[in-house]
Design a binder for this molecule. Structure first.
Ligand code: SF4
Ligand code: SF4
Length: 657
């Protein structure tokens, strides 16, 4: 074999703490290495051209690139090999950046370690064989999980491009958090006026199938060919017949049901439509509060429903769909602020969350847009807003910034003045973060034009005094303690990953961070892709972001789906497991351990049971290879022999092999 080694400086990223020319020099002595050099940027065009030229000049049939993580540039170098006429899998990468230069300061030791990593890579490469990808068909349909603004945008963009979209929404209506907002910052335009038409488009689009009150139950398959099972929860109303007239909601005698859409500001009926612009506009029963379902009594809705669509016997159903790509847009949930005892922990009715306040200001909300104190229904004249409740606070394991609370607080303070001209608003803040277009100007307007008083400091406690609440905090700019008597306190509650996000991530086989937010494939270069091919992200499921960014991500995810579907055939990754039928004894331990169900049992000509890997399903994780007691199942390019060669190269560096 004729191996070429290329050691990258990565500017000073590697070269500052690794002697790259020495590594290249040492590599020349490794078995089968016929060419070695160092290069400033191996991934740059001149860097790739140098590799191509060396492959041709030195008749190389394998290449080691010592540079950054293969996550970053393995596809780049594979393409360079192909351009030089080599099989793309005759490449090995030694990660001397993340694994060496970025973690060690001692140049001498780093150089030794980098040399050893190159030695290991070359030893493995000697046992590589050319691999060839197979082609398979693509199902050009996409599943969008979540019907908030990000999911809606992704769905509409795909549907407008002619792609069939399956949208699954957990709630009984699409719209997400944006549907609950009164106005949006910094333009203060009506939220439902800009979201409503998009929701209607989803309902009317011939290419979109909407499953509301539904959840993804199971996902199997692979990029281009996912099999999805969707659980459609029982709503106890036949949606095919329901006309959304709302009579049931009016007549239902159980009026103490928790109103999730209105954030519990006021109770609602046990049956009903979550909000007037709901899509689909269908009634559903909250079983927990339905007297018929709980006690077998009542059934008024069934008697008065003009279309006889109430069905107390209705059960969940499962529907199966085939899709080629998936967009996760599951949004966020609000942090449970009641852990803050110093803010009353939920004991004071006049301490509300920002989203509850939003519903109180909204004309379609339970107070018809009149701001009233929950305790006595009076109009508040002094409103105190507290920012960063459950954000940037290590004490509650939420050290991250929720991104948009500064802006919606400014908006709510401005709107308070509009609703109650003789009111005063105070905002306790840590920093004002307003980096978007027109955002900083808006927070200034709140202060200068609307007289909102900003106090820089944390609130240490809230306590009742008569019929007001005293908000005690620090003014760190004045260096004093301040107390403000408030009629109403609004908490700018931070956001967290949506409930069940880690569970869904496991079904999608994507990563999630400590806080349950889904992980993108690369924080800068692949912000909407995941490490699972064919699964994309949009909106706050990936981390806090405002509406414009969520919409942008929805379109970006749709663009990725359309790029994937631009091809009629996809290529499988040949770095998968293969079974040596002569060695396989048919114990099927591999079948039981494969997390993707990629190993099936077959019969050989003599009728003996054997294992066989389904090429398109295998993800190349390698779990089966360590399970097989006979070494019959091997992962291409990670065979036992290759791993032993790596270990030998590491343990016996002075040995010639
Ligand atoms: S009365 Fe019947 S048709 Fe009307 S909203 Fe209720 S369930 Fe639907
Ligand atoms: S490598 Fe083995 S365990 Fe992993 S997906 Fe493929 S067949 Fe399943």
């Amino acid at each position: 074999m004729r191996i070429g080694v290329f050691v990258c400086h990565c500017g000073s990223n590697i070269a500052a703490t690794v002697d790259c020319p020495s590594v290249a020099q040492a590599a020349k002595l490794f078995p089968d290495v016929v060419f070695a050099s160092d290069t400033m940027y191996a991934c740059s065009e001149p860097g790739q051209d140098a590799i191509i030229q060396a492959i041709k000049e030195h008749r190389l049939d394998g290449v080691v690139v010592a540079s950054c993580s293969p996550r970053m540039h393995e596809p780049t170098f594979r393409r360079a090999l192909e351009r030089a006429g080599l099989n793309r899998y005759m490449l090995e990468m030694a990660n001397i950046r993340e694994h060496v230069s970025w973690i060690g300061k001692n140049k001498e030791l780093n150089t030794v370690k980098a040399t050893e990593l190159v030695r290991i890579a070359a030893a493995k490469l000697r046992l590589n064989t050319p691999l060839y990808a197979n082609q398979f068909d693509v199902t050009k349909r996409v599943l969008v999980i979540g019907g908030g603004v990000a999911g809606i945008q992704a769905a509409l963009d795909c549907a407008d491009a002619g792609i069939q979209v399956i949208m699954v929404e957990r709630d009984t209506s699409i719209g997400g958090k944006m549907a609950k907002l009164d106005k949006t910052f910094p333009t203060v335009d009506c939220s439902s006026c800009i979201l409503g038409p998009k929701m209607v488009d989803v309902a009317q689009h011939p290419n979109i199938t909407l499953y509301a009150a539904s959840e993804v139950e199971e996902i199997s398959g692979y990029v281009g060919n996912f099999d999805v099972k969707v659980r459609r929860r029982a709503t106890y109303v036949n949606w095919d017949a329901c006309t959304g007239c709302g009579l049931c909601m009016e007549k239902c005698p159980s009026k103490k049901s928790y109103d999730a859409f209105n954030e519990g500001v006021a109770p609602t009926a046990a049956i009903g439509i979550s909000f007037p612009q709901a899509i689909p506009k269908k009634a559903s029963i909250n079983a927990e509060f339905c007297m018929k379902l709980q006690k077998g009594k009542c059934g008024v809705c069934a008697k008065i429903c003009p279309t006889k669509c109430i069905d107390f016997e209705q059960q969940d159903t499962i529907v199966s769909e085939k899709v080629g790509a998936i967009v996760a847009a599951t949004g966020y949930d609000l942090f449970d602020w009641t852990v803050y005892n110093q803010y009353g922990g939920g004991r004071y009715p006049d301490v509300v969350t920002s989203l509850q306040y939003e519903r109180m200001m909204n004309a379609s909300g339970p107070t018809a847009g009149h701001i009233k104190r929950p305790s006595d229904g009076k109009e508040p004249k002094r409103v105190v807003f507290i920012q960063c409740v459950g954000s940037r606070d290590k004490a509650v394991d939420r050290p991250y910034c929720s991104g948009f609370c500064c802006m919606y607080t400014a908006k709510q303070a401005v709107l308070t003045k509009d609703h109650i001209p003789d009111s005063d608003s105070y905002v306790f803040y840590m920093d004002i973060r307003s980096p978007g277009k027109g955002y900083d100007e808006f927070t200034r307007r709140a202060q200068e034009q609307y007289g909102v008083q900003y106090v820089r400091g944390r609130v240490s406690m809230i306590y009742p005094k008569g019929d007001v609440l005293v908000v005690r905090g620090a003014d760190t700019l004045a260096g004093t303690q301040v107390e403000v008597e408030a009629d109403l306190v609004v908490l700018a509650v931070g956001i967290e990953s949506s409930k069940g996000a880690p569970h869904l991530a496991e079904k999608l086989r994507i990563s999630y961070d400590h806080y349950g937010f889904f992980m993108e494939a690369h924080p800068k270069l692949k912000p909407v892709e995941t490490n699972t091919a064919g699964v994309y992200l949009a909106g706050c499921c990936q981390g806090p972001k405002d509406i414009p960014t969520s919409v942008g991500q929805g379109s970006a995810a749709a663009a990725k789906v359309l790029t994937l579907f631009a091809k009629d055939k996809l290529e499988s990754d040949p770095q998968i497991s293969r079974v040596n039928q002569n060695r396989c004894v048919g114990c099927l331990k591999c079948t039981m351990t494969c997390p993707f169900g990629a190993v099936k049992d077959v019969k050989d000509r003599a009728g003996n049971t054997k294992a066989e890997v389904v090429e398109t399903v295998c993800q190349g994780c390698g779990i089966c290879t360590v399970t097989c007691p006979h070494g019959a199942i091997q992962l291409q390019h990670f065979t036992d022999n290759q791993i032993l060669a790596e270990v030998n190269a590491l343990c016996q560096p002075e040995m010639e092999f």
